[in-house]
Each structure stands twice: as structure tokens, then as C-alpha cells.
Design a binder for this molecule. Structure first.
Ligand code: ADP
Ligand code: MG
Ligand code: MG
Length: 883
């Protein structure tokens, strides 16, 4: 098998073998776009290299040399030739894009002779020597591992002595001197010389780029992004085009849409008279693309047309590297652009609306976690108005971040491990800092643009980034930063707004992000695509409003016990529990009924006819009783009892294992008045809402039922109560009484329970607890060991145990629907966020899932994707059968 392929031999489907970059270069070549000639050494070759003890085998090198000589014929130049020297780049490129994590060497083929030839050929000596010093710099760093700083210092010093502002002022003589100094650095640092033989440069560069697959930052990046260490990288060898050949040359990066917001239209940065590395490595701050539009309008128009063409071809937003050599534009890379959550959603929605992709495809493009990230907090606008803007940089990755400033990746990591929130402040926007970025809330840099690799990585990680803050001076030694007049020491607070690029001293308050137009359209599509309905667990109108905003169908679980903890209510409830007879219970019950009625009425009004499922009280009684001396004294006084009486009552109610004690519907067997009171509140609230035109069907849910007889008894009690209310008010109303299924016994006899229940809802927490016999509050003592020793695959309270608990659920579903195939069956629990659980519930025909409001978007999308995937799988089975 060939291990070296010309760009003209590949295509976009081959990214596994050619790497993303190689496949992209091949595809662009096929499309007839201006791509410098070249070839790709495959990932298979890399794997062989690794197997061979990290050495390039003789026969592979031969294959490379043969392909190179084919390329020489095509471009009519040859490697090392002193009349028409071929110059090349050696570029990394893995199957999964890892921006800036591996290495690349440019300008290979230059040496003391060819540099002169290049100068004569182009009639531009300065350009030739500039390219040579760049080669020495990159080769020294990548192949010999000489720190970048050593070379930078030489450049800095000479600029200082000569009073130059930029590299562009360096003359031919300056550059020749720099080159001499660089050669000395090789000797000093590594006791080696720069290889004059181009062939030797090439094989050393390939070797080093292969090895960069396993450098530290690449490994960290793979780990963070769940990319396999086994893939390996391809290497691309490509003819050089020169962005550093004068004022009509330059380099840049564009995105076919904004990677920060998703806004339509080409978006990017440009540096005149520079090579690509200057931008992507984040050491120089480029200018906006507008500048290119002004200086070379025709080239700009061509670039815009190609950006469009590539987006149409790939059906996705593209990240494109280009270089202009003396007015001629070349494309050097195209890939699906990394983007923020906000951009991911907007782009998916826009591509669908523009007819570029189907709605289903749009839904599959966005990961469910992205939706959650989308809801990360923003700075409170009111607070911001009071703050003084310290400086403004480039808004490279949006959002709000406050943290303590640290100046190195290592210090950031240490602070993070101590539990601090961190803002990493750096000179350059460099990908080397990945280790610090993954632990930081935000990144702030003095130099570098929004298209640099590190900015791309920040957007992918979802951390805030403000880059290229000109006023920022960093003193790593003294551990301080200076911005205009302000000085901040290490560990002091800084806030960065990645949406506006503004910096503020101190910590600024944040608020929850809101849903924008595209987000809600996306959620509506997800809702249509999902077969399972999504409800929210909500006890307040605020929670309900948020949930409805996210597309919830209503409330799947109101936990009424949460409504009793307010002081006034707790007092009434305590009076109720402490009462000795039904008569004494009357007053507190009436008070509580009024309060609950108001609660439910408010929920019904906001729900506007959508389902609100109210669970009757489920809490161990003693939770409502006073525990401290003063509390007991107060309660005694309030209820006209002695302290001794109260203490005795508390002792009576004390349980050894409250989770398995006097709670749920068991409580109502002892104190039927409580459930009757709640049902009265529910019905009266619904009647009131109905009278006001809000059509409401109350859903009443009983907790912790295990026996068919319990269900019968409760149903009887509550139906009677409801009928009395109907008679009294001379109206009737449709209502449902359902039950939680949360004990193993309930699962086993679900058919009997179903006879009296209008709906089921699984409570996965209690069901897991009772199925395993694990007390949820005590698992800390043993579950970690189980996980360590791999006796348990996961914490069953985090990841649904589909094998055991799941088997009970399946049984209960089958039994429950035996006589009523349409029985609605839901799940309320946080397992909705676990992808394995969602797949399980989709397969087993669950009617709805209920989760906390801010999880609704994630679960909604997960269920939509689950269903779309299932349809795809079913279709492919269909076609297989047809064949
Ligand atoms: P990375 O994966 O770090 O982006 P690349 O291989 O893309 O590494 O190269 C780094 C920079 O060098 C990019 O800006 C790229 O466009 C530029 N570059 C690579 N090869 C060439 C070439 N043959 N001619 C001109 N510029 C190049
Ligand atoms: Mg690149
Ligand atoms: Mg429960």
C-alpha cells in the first residue's frame, strides 16, 4: 500500500488516512482551488514509524524522495538547486483537528547557497534572508527543541539597538547578522550545526513532526477532548508560498462565519508581509480583514468567493488559512471551524434556514452539552455600568469570567488545585498554554489575534478570552501586571468580558444567560424531533417560566414539601403535626390549604393549560420538627404546650431509618387530612384558574406506593374529597390521579397498581436506593472502593443501572400497560442527563422525562438526537431487509 500520496490522489473522505489537513488539501486541489502542490505521508506511515521505535524506515524515506521528485517535475524547481530552488513546508495534521498542538516547519530547502539564489530569483534579498532566519528559528525550535525565547531575544535586542518598531524594519545586513547569531545559538544550546543539506533538513523535520504527536500539549488536548492517543498524525509536505515577500504579500485566517457569534459573513484577520506562523502562533496582533479589502480589493473578492464555495461544498462553517504572494492568493488549509456554543446553535439554525442542510442534520450538528454551556452566566449589565473599564482587547471567546490573576500555566494549575478561580494572563496568545487554559475561567493576553490557535482552543473549551490587549504590561518576575495606571498583583481579582473585550478590576456579579431567537428556534425543532416529551421539575413560577422558555411541556414534578419550609408555613405544619385530635388540626389545615391553593393557582396561571403534576407531601415527619432548644421553646409557647410535651412528641416521631420510614403515602394513612387538604388546594386552584379561562386538568401524584391496596385506599379517599368539592361548588372538572413507581414491589405488581392509576412516574433515586439496598446518604463509605476495584462500573445514582434497575423499569412498563396500552409513563430524576439512560428510555417507550429547568435544553436535544439516530438505524435495517 502507498504510504505517500500526492494531494491530487486524495479526497475529503480520506481524513483517517491523510489527516484532516491532508484530506482538506486534497479536496481543495480536486475543486480546482489554488493550493500549492504537495503530498501527504499517511497516518499508516506514522503508525509504522512508531512501531519502528520512532524511526523512519529506509523504504518509507525512499517513497518520500520518489514522490518529492515527481513534485519537482510538476513545479519545475528542484530541492537544493541553486538556480530554481524548491522550498517546502513540513506540516503536521491528525485525523481530528488539534489546532496548534503539533509542529510545522516552514521554508525547508534554504541554506547558505539557496538563500542567495532565492534573493536573485525574486530580486528581493531582504525577503530571502528573512525566510532563512525564519527557517533557522523554526527548525531550531521544532527539531532541536531550542526554546523560542533564545531566538526572540536576538531579534528583540537588535530592534532595540537600532530603534526599530517591527521586524519589517530589519535590513538585509541586520538579517545576515541575525542568521549568524542563530547559528551560534545552535552551537551553544545543542552543540550542533544547522544542516545545510536540504535532504537532511527534510528527514529531520518529518521525524520531528511525527514526534510532535506525543508532545505535552497535544496529549493534554487529546485527553481534554476525548481523542484517542492511537490515531497518530499524517505529515504534509507542500511547496512554499511566501506571504513575507513585500507589501502585496501577506497571510491570514478567515472563518466563513463568525466563530464567536455565528453571524453571517466572512470574518477574519490579516497580517501584511508575514508568514502564516506569525498569526496562528499568537505572537503578533493582526489587523481586521478590512485592511486587505482596502489594499487588494480584487484579492479580497476572490477570497470571499472561495470562502463561500468551500462552505457550500462542506455544508458547514469553514476555518481557512490563506497566503498572498505578490498579489496571488493561495489556500493552505480548510476545516470545519471550531466555534462557541452560541455560534454552533446560530450556524446550525442559519444553515437550515438557508437550505444548505436539512433540519435533522442541523439537530445532529450540535452537542447536547453545548446547549448547557450556552446558559452559562453573563455579567449583570447594571453592575457593569458602575464599573470602570480597565482596558479593551479583542473579544476572542465570549462570556463572563472573574478570577484571580496568574501569569504562568503552572501557577494557574496550582491555584486551581487549591480551589481558586483563575484568569490566566499571558504575553502571547500561544497554544503552549493549553495546560493553564483548561483550569482557567478566562485567558487575557497582550499580543495575538482572535484567529490564533490559542483563541480557537479557548472557544472550543468554552472559556472566556480577551486577547491583544495593547495596554497590558506583564512582569512575570515581579508577578504584577500594569494596565495604564492600574497595578494588579498575582492572586488579585480581574474580570474579563469575552463578548465586548473589556476588562474590569475585581469581581463583577453575573446573571443567568437568556434564550435568544436562534436558540429557541433550535429548541422548537428539537421538540418536534423528539418522541419523548420533556417536562421540568419545578416548585416555583420562576422555575416554571424558565422551563417553558426552554420548551418544556409543563411540570412533571412539583415537590410540595419544598413549599412548607417558609417560616409561616412551617409554623402551621408543626401545629398540625403536634395536634392531638382532628378538631385541633382544623385551623392549621385551613391555613395551609389557603397558602397551597395560592401556590398552585400561580403555577396554573403560568402554565396556561400545560400539565402541572403535583406530588403530594413526601417527607419524613421529623424533618418538620424543631431540633434546637430555643426552637423547641418557641414552638411550645406558640402551641400552648410544655417543652416536655414537644420533646416527647419529637422522640415519638424519631425514626432509625427515615428514608424507609414514615413518609410518602404512608404518612397519609396515618394523617389523611394532610393529603385531603392538599387535594382541596389543588382542585380549588384549578377551578379558579378555569373560571378565569385557563383550562386546567390537575395531575395529582402519590409518592412511594408499594401495594395495590394503598393505591385503592388513597384513590378512594381523594376521589371522595374531590367529589365533595364538586358538589359544594356545583361544578366538575377533569382530573388525574397517578403514582410514582419507586419501590421494587411497585414494579413487580405494576399491573395491579395501573388499574387505579391514571399515570406512572418512575422515581429513579428511590428505586435505585431500594433496588440496591444502598442508602444514598451513606454510599460515600463504600461506593468509591467499588468503583476503584471495578466491581461497579459507575455510581448508580449518577448513571442509571439499566441492567438491574432498568430490568425492573422494563417489567413495570410492560405490566402497567398490559390492560391500558396508552398509560402515560414518565421519569422524574436527574438521570435524564445521562446519555445511556436517555437511550434506554427512548427504546422502552417512555412517555416523558422530567428534569430540572436548566437541564431541559440538554435533555430535549439528547432525546431528539436519540430519535433521529434510531430512525436512521431503523431505516438502514429496512433497506437491508429490502435488499
Ligand atoms: P498548524 O496546524 O499549527 O496550523 P500548519 O501546518 O497549518 O500548522 O502551518 C502553520 C502556518 O504556516 C499556517 O499559517 C500555514 O498556513 C502556514 N504554512 C504552512 N505551509 C505553508 C506553505 N507551504 N506556504 C506558506 N505558508 C504555509
Ligand atoms: Mg494550520
Ligand atoms: Mg422518591
Amino acid at each position: 500500500m502507498k504510504r505517500v500520496l500526492m494531494f491530487s490522489e486524495g479526497n475529503k473522505e480520506m481524513h483517517q488516512l491523510l489527516g484532516g489537513k491532508g484530506a482538506g488539501l486534497a479536496e481543495m486541489t480536486k475543486l480546482g482551488l489554488p493550493v500549492p502542490k504537495g503530498f501527504t505521508i499517511t497516518t499508516a506511515a506514522y503508525l509504522a514509524f512508531e512501531k519502528n521505535g520512532n524511526k523512519i524506515a529506509q523504504n518509507l524515506m525512499q517513497e518520500i524522495i520518489n514522490t518529492l521528485s515527481n513534485m519537482e517535475k510538476e513545479v519545475n524547481k528542484s530541492f537544493g538547486n541553486i538556480k530554481a530552488p524548491l522550498l517546502i513546508s513540513v506540516r503536521s495534521g491528525a485525523p481530528v483537528s488539534m489546532p496548534g498542538m503539533m509542529d510545522t516547519v516552514l521554508n525547508i530547502g534554504l541554506n547558505d547557497q539557496t538563500v542567495e539564489a532565492l534573493g536573485k530569483l525574486t530580486n528581493d534579498e531582504r525577503f530571502a534572508y528573512d525566510s532563512y532566519r525564519r527557517l533557522l528559528q523554526m527548525f531550531g525550535n521544532v527539531v532541536y527543541g531550542i526554546p523560542e525565547k533564545k531566538f526572540e531575544r536576538v531579534l528583540c535586542d537588535i530592534k532595540k539597538i537600532k530603534n526599530y518598531n517591527t521586524d519589517l524594519s530589519l535590513t538585509v545586513d541586520d538579517l545576515k547578522m541575525v542568521i549568524e547569531k542563530f547559528k551560534q545559538i545552535y552551537l551553544l544550546e545543542r552543540k550542533r550545526t544547522f544542516p545545510q543539506d536540504p535532504q537532511e533538513q527534510l528527514s529531520a523535520a518529518i521525524n520531528a513532526v511525527f514526534l510532535s504527536w506525543n508532545n505535552k500539549r497535544a496529549k493534554i488536548y487529546r485527553k481534554k477532548n476525548g481523542i484517542s492517543d492511537k490515531l497518530g498524525t499524517a505529515v504534509n509536505v507542500q511547496e512554499m508560498v511566501f506571504g513575507n515577500a513585500g507589501e502585496f504579500s501577506g497571510t491570514g485566517v478567515i472563518f466563513s462565519r463568525s466563530p464567536s457569534t455565528g453571524a453571517r459573513g466572512m470574518y477574519g484577520e490579516y497580517l501584511a508581509n508575514a508568514q502564516g506562523e506569525d498569526i496562528v502562533a499568537g505572537g503578533r496582533t493582526p489587523v481586521a480583514l478590512e485592511r486587505l479589502k482596502r489594499s487588494m480589493p480584487k484579492v479580497y473578492a476572490k477570497l470571499a468567493a472561495m470562502s463561500n464555495k468551500l462552505e457550500q461544498h462542506y455544508h458547514d462553517m469553514q476555518d481557512i488559512e490563506f497566503t498572498i504572494e505578490r498579489g496571488e492568493i493561495y489556500l493552505l488549509q480548510a476545516r470545519a471551524g471550531k466555534r462557541t456554543s452560541a455560534a454552533a446553535i446560530k450556524i446550525a439554525v442559519d444553515l437550515v434556514n438557508e437550505g444548505i442542510i436539512e433540519k435533522e442534520e442541523g439537530l445532529l450538528r450540535v452537542s447536547p452539552e453545548t446547549l448547557e454551556q450556552m446558559l452559562h452566566p453573563d455579567f449583570d449589565q447594571k453592575e457593569l455600568q458602575k464599573e470602570v473599564v480597565l482596558a479593551t482587547g479583542r473579544p476572542a471567546s465570549p462570556g463572563a469570567a472573574s478570577g484571580r490573576v496568574y501569569f504562568t500555566a503552572a501557577a494557574a494549575k496550582k491555584a486551581y488545585e487549591k480551589g481558586q478561580e483563575v484568569i490566566l494572563v499571558r504575553q502571547n496568545t500561544a497554544a503552549d498554554d493549553i495546560e493553564g487554559m483548561v483550569v482557567s475561567e478566562g485567558l487575557v493576553t497582550a499580543r495575538g489575534g482572535m484567529t490564533s490557535h490559542a483563541a480557537v482552543v479557548a472557544r472550543g473549551l468554552g472559556i472566556v478570552a480577551v486577547v491583544g490587549v495593547n495596554e497590558l504590561e506583564i512582569d512575570e518576575q515581579k508577578k504584577i501586571i500594569r494596565i495604564n495606571q492600574t497595578v494588579l498583583r498575582e492572586g488579585e481579582w480581574l474580570s474579563a468580558d469575552g463578548t465586548t473585550g473589556k476588562l474590569y478590576v475585581g469581581k463583577v456579579r453575573t446573571v443567568r444567560a437568556t434564550v435568544n431567537k436562534e436558540f429557541s428556534q433550535f429548541l422548537r425543532w428539537a421538540k418536534t424531533a423528539a418522541k419523548v416529551e420533556i417536562y421540568a421539575n419545578a416548585d416555583t413560577t420562576t422555575d416554571l417560566k424558565a422551563a417553558l422558555n426552554f420548551g418544556a411541556e409543563g411540570i412533571g414534578l412539583v415537590r410540595t414539601e419544598h413549599m412548607f419550609f417558609k417560616a409561616q408555613r412551617l409554623h402551621q405544619l408543626r401545629a398540625l403535626i403536634l395536634a392531638q385530635n382532628a378538631k385541633e388540626r382544623d385551623v392549621p389545615l385551613q391555613r395551609l390549604a389557603e397558602m397551597q391553593q395560592e401556590d398552585f393557582y400561580k403555577l396554573y396561571k403560568v402554565a396556561k393549560g400545560k400539565t402541572v403534576t403535583i406530588r403530594l407531601l413526601d417527607a419524613p415527619l421529623h424533618e418538620f420538627l424543631p431540633t434546637t432548644e430555643p426552637e423547641i421553646a418557641l414552638i411550645a409557647a406558640q402551641n400552648g404546650r410544655s417543652k416536655g410535651y414537644i420533646q416527647a412528641r419529637i422522640a415519638e416521631l424519631k425514626e432509625t431509618n427515615p428514608m424507609m420510614g414514615h413518609r410518602g403515602c404512608r404518612l397519609a394513612v396515618s394523617f389523611p387530612e394532610i393529603y385531603e387538604m392538599q387535594v382541596e388546594a389543588i382542585i380549588l386552584a384549578a377551578l379558579k384558574a378555569n373560571a378565569e379561562g385557563v383550562r386546567t386538568v390537575p395531575h395529582i401524584m402519590l409518592p412511594l406506593v408499594s401495594l395495590a391496596q394503598e393505591m385503592d385506599w388513597m384513590r378512594d379517599l381523594l376521589d371522595k374529597k374531590v367529589n365533595k368539592l364538586f358538589e359544594k361548588n356545583n361544578v366538575i372538572l377533569n382530573y388525574k390521579i397517578g403514582t410514582m413507581i419507586e419501590t421494587p414491589r411497585a414494579c413487580l405488581i405494576a399491573d395491579q397498581i395501573a388499574d387505579k392509576a391514571d399515570f406512572f412516574s418512575f422515581g429513579t433515586n428511590d428505586l435505585t436506593q431500594l433496588t440496591f439496598g444502598y442508602s444514598r446518604d451513606d454510599i460515600g463509605a463504600f461506593v468509591p472502593e467499588y468503583l476503584n476495584k471495578k466491581i461497579l462500573p459507575d455510581d448508580p445514582f449518577q448513571v442509571l443501572d439499566t441492567e438491574g434497575v432498568g430490568r425492573l423499569i422494563k417489567l413495570a412498563i410492560a405490566q402497567g400497560r398490559k390492560n391500558n396500552t396508552a398509560l402515560p409513563i414518565g421519569v422524574c430524576g436527574e438521570v435524564g442527563g445521562d446519555p445511556r439512560a436517555t437511550a434506554f428510555f427512548e427504546r422502552n417507550n417512555i412517555t416523558y422525562l422530567s428534569c430540572s429547568p436548566y437541564r431541559v435544553p440538554l435533555v430535549l436535544l439528547r432525546m431528539a438526537q436519540e430519535h433521529l439516530d434510531k430512525r436512521k438505524r431503523d431505516n438502514s435495517i429496512d433497506t437491508q431487509i429490502k435488499k
